[in-house]
Design a protein around this ligand. Structure first.
Ligand code: TXA
Ligand code: MG
Length: 316
């Protein structure tokens, strides 16, 4: 048996050699590479089959490391101090002292930074001694993995090393907020509820303009399982699998949270969609989910998963 220490040392060697390491965070698993090396980052895009214009989140181990990469205004600093480590990503102007390569930022003048809370993620970043660029560890456009098994099913041999940290406790990607020109804008709803951010800031967050793709996680069809989805379904139609919430019907295929707990539902969302996919469901009918707290992010992901897909229009 290799010890966790040995595993981490090996992971750091892989990263320093420009390889890919999948690792757990409290939100979802990340597909990590040395953020300072364009060659290493290019491998991420290749493994995911991701459009190269999508910028990646750089994961850092300390606030000081983050401040080397980006310019923090007073609000960004307040958010970082309050919510890091945790499920919050800040999009900020890049700093002149930054070390993250242009490819990871897709050539933008801004950079997405996150300080994750998961102990394995933190140990990896700390030992690597540099920022780690990591998108979710799935192929482009598909569900984010929330377990090591799901990472393996998505990417298998395309990664050099997989650190197994069990199931992700939050199960939804981080909330992404941009701070610029004295404005704080919500780019992606996620594991940190909007209400929590708003009460910390004492203001209402602006929402990214509809149709302007400032975070490609905002593409209409994204986070998709193989099955079709039918949303806000009171009950299943003939032949549909039913993904319940709050115990609406007697024998659902699965229930995201029989007690109606939105945090539990968020943690189960992707793994349950994967399970229904694996059972060969052609259509998954999903119960209505309340639009508060993490329900906002859950409904956002469900809408994208249900949206018409590029393949529907004959694209390849
Ligand atoms: O929870 C998470 O955020 C996970 C874990 C692994 O940290 N990561 C994740 O990464 O979800 P990814 O690449 O799947 O989603 C990151 C999103 C993308 O939609 C990307 O377009 C956006 O962040 N993003 C990155 N840099 C940006 C920037 N400079 N401006 C606007 N959006 C940016
Ligand atoms: Mg993703």
């Amino acid at each position: 048996m290799t010890s966790l220490e040995d595993r981490l040392d090996e992971a750091v060697r892989v990263l320093r050699d420009g390889g890919l390491v999948a690792f757990p965070t409290e939100t979802v698993y990340g597909l990590g590479a040395d953020a300072t090396s364009a060659e290493a980052v290019a491998r991420i895009y290749a493994a995911k089959g991701r459009p190269a214009f999508n910028p990646l989140i750089a994961h850092v181990g300390t606030l000081d490391a983050a401040r080397r990469e980006a310019v923090f205004d007073a609000r960004a600093l307040a958010l970082a101090e309050r919510f890091w480590p945790g499920p919050l990503t800040l999009v900020l102007p890049r700093a002149a002292t930054g070390t993250v390569c242009d490819l990871a930022c897709a050539g933008l003048h801004s950079i997405a930074l996150r300080l994750p809370a998961h102990p394995l993620a933190r140990a990896l970043i700390e030992r690597a001694g540099r920022p780690i660029a990591a998108p979710s560890a799935n192929r482009s456009g598909r569900l984010s993995p929330t377990s090591a098994e799901a990472v393996h099913a998505e990417l298998g041999a395309r990664i050099d090393l997989l650190l197994d940290g069990g199931d992700c406790t939050i199960g939804l990607e981080s909330t992404i907020v941009a701070c610029a020109e004295n404005r704080v804008t919500l780019l992606r709803a996620g594991g940190l509820p909007r209400e929590t951010l708003e009460s910390a800031l004492g203001t209402v967050l602006e929402t990214a303009e509809h149709g302007r793709v400032s975070a490609p996680g905002m593409l209409a069809s994204h986070y998709a399982p193989n099955a079709r989805l039918r949303l806000a379904a009171a009950e299943p139609a003939a032949g549909e699998a039913y993904l319940d919430f709050g115990g609406r019907i007697a024998h659902p295929d699965l229930d995201l949270s029989p007690s109606g707990d939105l945090n539990e539902a968020a943690a189960n969302l992707y793994s349950f969609l994967r399970r229904l996919d694996a059972r060969g469901a052609a259509t998954i009918a999903v119960a209505p989910i309340p639009n508060t707290g993490l329900g906002l992010a859950i409904n956002d992901r469900l809408r994208r998963a249900a949206a018409p897909r590029p393949s529907d229009e004959g694209a390849t």
